[in-house]
Design a protein around this ligand. Structure first.
Ligand SMILES: [Zn+2]
Length: 292
C-alpha cells in the first residue's frame, strides 16, 4: 500500500474479508444476524454506462475496499446489503477468504464464454492459473496448462489440467497445437501477463477463438491487426468479478474447489506487524488477519 499510486488516505486497509453479521438495517432482507458472509470488495456508481449494462466491475467511478474506501482491518465494518453474500456455516470462515480470488478466475472464464466443448489454454500455472484450472475443471472442458516450472505443471495436473506443457521448449507452439487436436485452443487465458504473452497467445489461439487478458502491464505488445481480423479472434479484457460470487460459493460448498495449502499464514490482528514482515519477505501464499 505504501507505494500504490491509487490508494487514498486516511484509509483502513484490508481487501478481502469474511465475517459474521452482527446487525442489519431495517430494510435488509437477504442476510440476518449470525449469518456467515463474504464481502465484495468493490462498490460501483450504479448509473454509468458500465453499471447500467451489467458491468459494474469496470464502473467509471469504481471504489475498492482497502484502497479508495475503507477495508476490513477492523473488528466491525458496515457494508451495503448488495455487497454481502451469505456462505454456508460449514465453510471455514478463514478459508472462505479465498472465494474472492476464485470469483476473479470465474469471471475471466465467463468473459471467455467457456463451455464444455472448449479447449482452454491456461498460460501460466501460478496462483492465478491454478484458480483458473480449478474453476474451469467444473465446466468439463479440456484444459491445457503451460508453465516453465515443472513443479507448477505437476500441481496443475493434480488439480485438473488434462495436458501440461513446458513453455521453455522450442516446440511449444506445435505442442499446443497437437494438444488441441491440431486446431489450437478455443480459449486462451493469459495468466503470465507480459507484453510477450499476449503476442504468443494470439499466435496459438484457434480460429474464432477468444483470448482473455488479465494483466496490468502497461508496456506495449506488438500485435498486427491481421492476426485478429483474419481468424476473427476476440481479444477480451477481464477485471475483478461481476456477479460471480454465488457460483463460486457453490463450488466451495460442494467441494469442487479444494483450498488446502493456499493460505500460508494466519495471524491474530494483534500481530499485524509480524504479518507484514512475512509479506515483505515474499515467502507466503496468502496471509490472513483474524479479528475474531
Ligand atoms: Zn458506474
Amino acid at each position: 500500500m505504501g507505494t500504490s499510486p491509487v490508494v487514498t488516505y486516511p484509509r483502513i486497509m484490508g481487501h478481502e474479508m469474511t465475517g459474521v453479521v452482527e446487525k442489519v438495517g431495517s430494510s435488509v432482507i437477504h442476510v440476518g444476524p449470525g449469518d456467515h458472509v463474504i464481502i465484495k470488495q468493490t462498490e460501483s456508481c450504479g448509473s454509468c454506462y458500465a453499471c447500467t449494462h451489467g458491468r459494474g466491475n469496470v464502473c467509471v467511478d469504481l471504489k475498492v475496499r482497502g484502497v479508495t474506501i475503507d477495508g476490513g482491518y477492523s473488528q466491525y465494518t458496515v457494508v451495503p446489503e448488495h455487497s454481502v453474500y451469505k456462505i454456508s456455516k460449514k465453510l471455514d470462515l478463514l478459508q472462505a477468504i479465498l472465494i474472492e480470488p476464485f470469483t476473479i478466475a470465474f469471471h475471466a472464464l465467463a468473459r471467455g464464454r467457456l463451455v464444455a466443448d472448449d479447449t482452454l489454454l491456461v498460460y501460466g500455472a501460478g496462483a492465478l492459473g491454478s484458480s483458473l484450472i480449478m474453476v474451469a475443471h467444473s465446466f468439463g472442458c479440456k484444459i491445457i496448462a503451460v508453465d516453465i516450472d515443472e513443479k507448477k505443471l505437476e500441481h496443475a495436473k493434480a488439480i485438473g489440467a488434462d495436458i501440461v506443457l513446458n513453455g521453455r521448449v522450442d516446440t511449444i507452439q506445435d505442442d499446443i497445437r497437437k494438444a488441441s487436436n491440431g486446431y489450437g485452443p478455443t480459449i486462451c487465458i493469459d495468466s503470465v501477463c507480459t507484453p510477450h504473452s499476449v503476442e504468443f497467445l494470439l499466435e496459438v489461439v484457434g480460429n474464432a477463438g477468444r483470448l482473455v487478458t488479465m494483466g496490468f502491464d502497461t508496456r506495449p505488445s506488438e500485435i498486427p491487426q491481421f492476426k485478429i481480423t483474419a481468424r476473427e479472434i476476440d481479444v477480451i479484457g477481464s477485471r475483478l468479478q461481476q456477479g460471480n460470487f454465488e457460483q463460486v460459493i457453490e463450488l466451495f460448498e460442494n467441494g469442487s474447489i479444494k483450498t488446502e495449502g493456499m493460505i500460508s499464514h494466519i495471524f491474530p490482528f494483534t500481530k499485524v506487524q509480524e504479518a507484514f514482515r512475512v509479506i515483505e519477505s515474499g515467502k507466503y501464499q496468502k496471509v490472513v488477519l483474524d479479528f475474531s
